[in-house]
Design a protein around this ligand. Structure first.
Ligand SMILES: [Zn+2]
Length: 365
């Protein structure tokens, strides 16, 4: 017995020593030189909201999603519980978002994204196939009540009244149109969408479209999130922001990230956001995005809140880029936006990238 304990103890010591030595040898530090954070507060262009329909919000979540353990974690990351929103309404989520954002030292405003559903052959909402639905009306009305929340609309272009809805969203002050084609069943390369794209271009509304694999929902048609399908709106002059720079997944046996890179040269109206790139399932992608020559000046700051406030993201996932002291210091930052910004800064996200949204969303429209 004693012999075994001694053997176990020695093995553990050896393993720790190997890990420390390995880290020492492999340590690379930040992706590029760390620069200061901007003096003005940052705008976050990629923030989600949740709702179950409480308080007549018009939101709904499919049974499968609602019963999933993921949903409670998701709510917790917003700082609410199911019970609280049942009692106080989905409006509470906006209140918590505004409060948390208000407490942030570095981030001042955020675009809150609505989420349209799947549309049937008759051009109407298909409740059976829709997993999550967050209507524009609700997000427009709620964001209008808080100075630090901006409206991000979502319109499925297959709706019968899609053009009218674009006009309305524009009147309500929408900063962009958000799609997750793989769960909304939108094929961005479909020629039937041309008039929708023309209208977007005329209203100078950018399209923020999810690119790459989608794993936050129950099912997804990943082909629709192929970045190459965005060539149609791009060629028609629509400003497109490829969410997550098409990281993860592949189409036609080619990695999505590799598929999108050459498109930046061809289309000066193509941009991408860095949201989700610090998630544990995307390690290494932030470095790739920051160093790719094609992406210089084309990246925007997005957090993908509430995902940054979940176990998916932690400074401890970067032991080869950050010192132990840094990892600890960042993990101790309480505000989720500040933690996100400081983590990204420490990894090498430059000052210019953090300020890009101010120019993009305030002078473009
Ligand atoms: Zn997102």
């Amino acid at each position: 017995m004693l012999k075994f304990l001694r053997w176990a103890f020695l093995s553990i010591i050896m393993m720790v020593a190997i890990l420390i030595a390995g880290r020492e040898i492999l340590f690379v530090g930040p992706v590029q030189t760390v620069t200061p954070l901007p003096t003005d507060k940052i705008l976050d262009m990629h923030v989600h909201v949740a709702g179950i329909g409480a308080g007549n919000s018009g939101c709904f979540v499919s049974e499968q999603m609602r019963d999933s353990y993921k949903f409670d974690y998701y709510l917790k990351a917003f700082g609410v519980s199911r019970q609280e929103i049942i009692e106080q309404g989905d409006q509470l989520v906006f209140k918590r978002l505004a409060e948390k954002l208000n407490a942030s030292r570095y981030v001042g405003q955020a675009i809150i994204l609505a989420l349209d559903g799947v549309i049937d052959e008759q051009g109407r909402l298909d409740k059976q196939k829709t997993q999550v639905y967050i209507p524009n009306e609700f997000v427009a009305a709620q964001t209008a009540q808080y100075e630090n929340l901006l409206f991000g609309a979502s319109i499925n272009p297959y709706r019968k009244d899609a053009l009218q809805r674009l006009e309305t969203a524009y009147q309500q002050g929408a900063r962009l149109i958000k799609w997750i084609p793989s769960i909304q069943h939108i094929d961005p390369s479909d020629n039937r969408l041309i008039s929708f794209y023309h209208k977007m271009r005329d209203l100078a509304l950018p399209l923020l479209s999810h690119t790459g694999q989608e794993r936050s929902f129950h099912t997804a048609i990943d082909e629709y999130a192929d970045p190459k399908r965005l060539q149609l709106p791009l060629s028609l002059g629509v400003t497109v922001i490829a969410a997550h720079v098409a990281t993860t997944g592949e189409n036609q046996q080619q990695n999505n990230f590799e598929r999108i890179l050459p498109m930046f040269k061809r289309f000066p109206n193509l941009f991408a956001d860095i949201s989700s790139l610090t998630q544990i399932n995307k390690l290494g992608y932030l470095a790739k995005a920051l160093t790719a020559a094609e992406l210089k000046g084309r990246l925007l700051y997005g957090s993908d809140f509430p995902l940054i406030n979940m176990i998916l993201v932690s400074p401890y996932y970067f032991p080869l880029n950050l010192s132990i002291g840094e990892m600890r210091r960042i993990a101790e930052i309480e505000n989720p936006w500040d933690r996100d910004v400081v983590l990204k800064q420490a990894l090498g996200v430059p000052t210019e990238l953090f300020v890009q949204n101010q120019r993009f969303f305030y002078s473009a429209n």
